[in-house]
Write a protein that binds this ligand. Sequence first.
Ligand code: SF4
Ligand code: SF4
Length: 89
Amino acid sequence: MEIADKLALNKFSVDTIPHLKIDQEKCHPCPHKNCTLVCPVSNYTQEGDRVVLSWEGCLECGTCRIACDQGSLQWQYPRGGFGIAYRLG
Ligand code: SF4
Ligand code: SF4
């Protein structure tokens, strides 16, 4: 089974309140934009000179939390009852 097929088994209950937030003022001068490279589901994308974050498909793996060394990212788990439910993914 391919990774994409495994990920498709998971179930998401998306919260309306983002559990991840970035500070654009700190992202703008960021020299590496590591978040756009490490997220396994490409939740971070560079659009022009801005990094845009989507939280809906977050795997809650915490990789971006480690990769961002600029103090920009506010990372927390979704509220109870929201987020990913792994199903053999
Ligand atoms: S690594 Fe951190 S500071 Fe750099 S672009 Fe990503 S979220 Fe912003
Ligand atoms: S916690 Fe993992 S899946 Fe979620 S945005 Fe960060 S790197 Fe991507």
